[in-house]
Design a protein around this ligand. Structure first.
Ligand SMILES: Nc1nc2c(c(=O)[nH]1)N[C@H]1C(S)=C(S)[C@@H](COP(=O)(O)OP(=O)(O)OC[C@H]3O[C@@H](n4cnc5c(=O)[nH]c(N)nc54)[C@H](O)[C@@H]3O)O[C@H]1N2
Ligand SMILES: Nc1nc2c(c(=O)[nH]1)N[C@H]1C(S)=C(S)[C@@H](COP(=O)(O)OP(=O)(O)OC[C@H]3O[C@@H](n4cnc5c(=O)[nH]c(N)nc54)[C@H](O)[C@@H]3O)O[C@H]1N2
Ligand code: SF4
Ligand SMILES: [Mo]
Length: 704
């Protein structure tokens, strides 16, 4: 058969690089970057280049599994789906509709996100649907909705980064997590921009920078308030911008009056001089051009995440600049707009908003009184399992590895009457399930993804769904039919779902109603795109913010002390993040030999002085204990991490799972857990020396 080449998008992160897949007769032959990629301009990271090793993996799930006498056994689709639908019916009859919940993910296409939202509200009629993006973007989303009036990830195309006079990478390690962005950061630096990296440890991203600010974990809120205090005290403000484009600055200014450098230094682990130097640098850059503050999960994944991001918004706008978060998952942006969230309907409509309820109920052909209300957020939903929630459908997430306080979550999921997981690999969560349904992989179906710039892109089917696996969307439609809702889930393909989905967003904040598959060729369309004649909105905040008065509404922050207790006898901050070779809970990349061989274990980064204090050496295995549990890691000495901080990545399962240690303390608004700080106790265990290298990102020269 002839060799074909299909242009599609990567299954992993929110950059959503397009690349060419060469294939013949269903066999994948090669993956190639292409300059026609509108986002990464021909750059593809090592994860993208290794994608071909997963679709043909021997552990790919190819048939439904049902637990019988404690063991998952292959069964027919009819048997598996009947088991799920009868569990749904009996649990809902006994405990109420909302006793069956749904947990989704930001890797699902827009079509599947919309369908899942509809499935929960129309077929299950449950209040309880939430998703893993709650762990990812919820703090930034809540803060942007409040201040900008809209959550639109990056409110400009990536290439704008290259034009800034100052980029602040605040708790973001783009060089390892969103690698193609490094090219725009490097271009900005080349033309003289200041690049400030705020992170408790030096990373490959701090190498991109001109200044490295080693903030204490969870010290970001204090630092942001203290910087604004200095801008005001020194009159380093963009008064014209403030007058023209924001409201509320006076109250904000009063609220930071007490945040002196001494006050700030005590709370963020830096010296008053370091804080002043950072403020000066940002102010000087603002006089030459635009300051862009870009946050990653380092600043956002905190039980004070919303306040922290509001403080970053206040800071950026005070300088006449902009704040934006760098979205994480492949469809992290679309995933948070179209109804997977407990409090939200498609199009970013609020589920408690009467006009939105009337519109969606009418659109779905159900009485408004039957449309469910706001339900539990991700961590609360998982913690309600075994009590208020007795059955759960999980799709595109692996919370046994990725939820905070994972040992407790495993107990909760284990005590459900029914757990059904739709995945293409037997993830740690699927291993606990009563029914596992083999779903589809990224290259097996058409759809759309919305990347971190708000650019909607086409994903194209390359191969057929293998053996007895089934498309995710088909599985949801089949289940809906068994629940008596066939006519409302009567789709023949993703394109038909897209047409309904786009219409469902008409008039909403995240309006996709002017988008068609054809219009997405070749470079995608930036939403909002409210009608067929509209060309999309690459820069929604260029002249106006999304509030009715067109202004950004700044809010004063009332400083709160951290909620996760830092107690034990010697405070060591335990923080978490990612490494360049593994993706998320690792279900995919731990099965990918090219990637896994480069980072097969969880490595704990530790300063040599802290290690010496505990008598710990390079390559030794140690036990780390927090109020939530214990985990074991191999130590790598890292001279450029703070002496009071240890760091590991959360991609691993079992004893090396970082989330055995994290606390489920939640942000009161976003319901984001404190993934980035817990107080840890360190304990050497058997000195099993592993031949690993010390980590060196030699950058202390850049510190202010
Ligand atoms: N290789 C790889 N790439 C990915 C992913 C992956 O799993 N692997 N996941 C994707 C997803 S979903 C996401 S959300 C993005 C995340 O992308 P990033 O936000 O870049 O990822 P993290 O590594 O979680 O956190 C970034 C940095 O925060 C620092 N940090 C820790 N605690 C604090 C703190 O208290 N304050 C500050 N300022 N910094 C802190 C960490 O040291 C880390 O370097 O990556 C996406 N890309
Ligand atoms: N300690 C700590 N914990 C964290 C974080 C942290 O920084 N520190 N980060 C948090 C963040 S930002 C995130 S986004 C979460 C992510 O964590 P998870 O929600 O666990 O995300 P994934 O590992 O991407 O889970 C995806 C699962 O779905 C499957 N899958 C992928 N695509 C599809 C699909 O299209 N269809 C189906 N049916 N299945 C699919 C994969 O095989 C995998 O098993 O982790 C959070 N947890
Ligand atoms: S940067 Fe993200 S989208 Fe691009 S190839 Fe790497 S993982 Fe895939
Ligand atoms: Mo994420």
């Amino acid at each position: 058969m002839a060799t074909e080449t299909t242009l599609t998008t990567c299954p992993y992160c929110a950059v959503q690089c397009s690349f060419e897949l060469e294939h013949s007769d269903g066999q994948l032959l090669a993956v190639r970057s292409t300059p026609s990629c509108p986002v990464a301009r021909g750059s593809v990271c090592k994860k993208g280049l290794a994608v071909l090793d997963e679709p043909s993996h021997p552990e790919r799930l190819l048939t439904p599994l049902v637990r019988k006498n404690g063991v998952l056994e292959p069964v027919s689709w009819d048997e598996a789906l009947a088991r799920v639908s009868s569990a749904i019916q009996s649990i809902q009859a006994e405990h109420g509709r909302s006793a069956f919940g749904v947990f989704g993910g930001g890797s699902l296409t827009n079509e599947k996100t919309y369908l899942l939202a509809k499935f929960a509200r129309v077929a299950l009629k449950t209040n309880n649907i939430d998703y893993n993006g709650r762990y990812c973007m919820s703090s930034a989303a809540a803060a942007m909705n409040a201040v900008y009036g809209m959550d639109r990830g990056l409110p400009f195309p990536l290439e704008k980064l290259a034009e800034a006079s100052c980029l602040v990478l605040w708790g973001s390690n783009v060089a390892e997590t969103l690698p193609p962005i490094s090219q725009f950061v490097a271009r900005a630096r080349k033309h003289g921009a200041d690049i400030i990296v705020v992170d408790p440890r030096a990373t490959p991203s701090s190498k991109l920078g001109t200044m490295f600010v080693p903030v204490q974990p969870n010290g970001d809120l204090a630092l942001a308030l203290g910087l604004l205090h200095l801008l005001i005290a020194n009159n380093w403000l963009d008064h014209d911008f403030l007058a023209a484009r924001v409201t509320g600055f006076e109250a904000v200014a009063q609220s930071v009056a007490f945040c002196t450098p001494t006050w700030t230094a005590e709370r963020c682990g830096l010296t008053p001089e370091q804080i002043l130097k950072m403020a000066q640098t940002m102010a000087q850059s603002a006089s030459r051009g635009q300051v862009l503050i870009l946050s990653g999960r380092g600043a956002e994944q905190s039980s004070r995440g919303v306040e922290t991001i509001k403080a970053l918004l206040n800071l950026a706008l005070a300088l006449g600049g902009l704040y934006a978060p760098l979205t994480g998952q492949g469809n992290g942006q679309g995933g948070r707009e179209h109804g997977q969230k407990a409090d939200q309907l498609p199009g970013y409509r609020g589920i408690e908003n009467q006009a939105a309820r009337d519109f969606m109920a009418d659109f779905w052909g159900i009485p408004e009184s039957e449309l469910p209300r706001k339900g539990l957020s991700a961590q609360e939903l998982l913690e309600a399992c075994g009590s208020q929630v007795q059955g759960l459908l999980v799709i595109a997430s692996n919370p046994i590895v990725s939820a905070a306080n994972s040992l407790a979550i495993a107990r909760h999921l284990g005590s459900l009457k029914h757990l059904v997981v739709i995945d293409f690999f037997l993830s740690e969560t699927a291993q606990l399930a009563d029914v596992v349904l083999p779903g589809s992989m990224w290259l097996e179906e058409d759809g759309t993804m919305t990347n971190l710039e708000g650019r909607v892109l086409r994903r194209r089917r390359v191969t057929q769904i293998p053996a007895n696996a089934r498309s995710d969307w088909q599985i949801l439609c089949d289940l809906a039919a068994l629940l008596g809702q066939q006519e409302k889930f009567n789709f023949a393909n993703p394109r038909e779902i897209f047409v309904e989905f786009a219409a469902a967003t008409k008039g909403a904040k995240a309006d996709y109603s002017g988008i068609t598959y054809e219009k997405l060729e070749p470079n995608g369309v930036f939403y909002p795109c409210p009608n067929l004649a509209h060309g999309g909105t690459p820069e929604p905040f260029k002249t106006h913010f999304a509030h009715l008065d067109g202004k950004a509404h700044l809010e004063p922050i009332v400083y709160r002390a951290p909620t996760t207790p830092i107690s034990l006898e010697r405070p060591v901050f335990f923080t978490t993040g990612r490494n360049a070779h593994q993706y998320q809970s690792g279900t995919q990349t731990r099965r990918n030999p090219k990637l896994n061989s480069k980072a097969p274990n969880a490595i704990l980064e530790m300063h040599p002085n802290l290690a010496a204090e505990y008598g710990i050496t390079q390559g030794e295995k140690i036990r780390v204990t927090t109020a939530s549990g214990s985990a074991e890691f191999i130590v790598a000495l890292q001279p450029n991490i703070r002496e009071d901080t240890v760091y590991t990545s959360f991609h691993y399962a079992g004893l090396e799972n970082a989330n055995r240690l994290t606390a489920s303390t939640l942000d009161p608004t976003s319901r984001m857990p404190d993934f980035k700080v817990t107080s840890a106790h360190l304990e050497p265990i058997a000195a099993s020396l592993m031949p690993i290298k010390a980590i060196s990102h030699d950058l202390y020269a850049n510190q202010p």
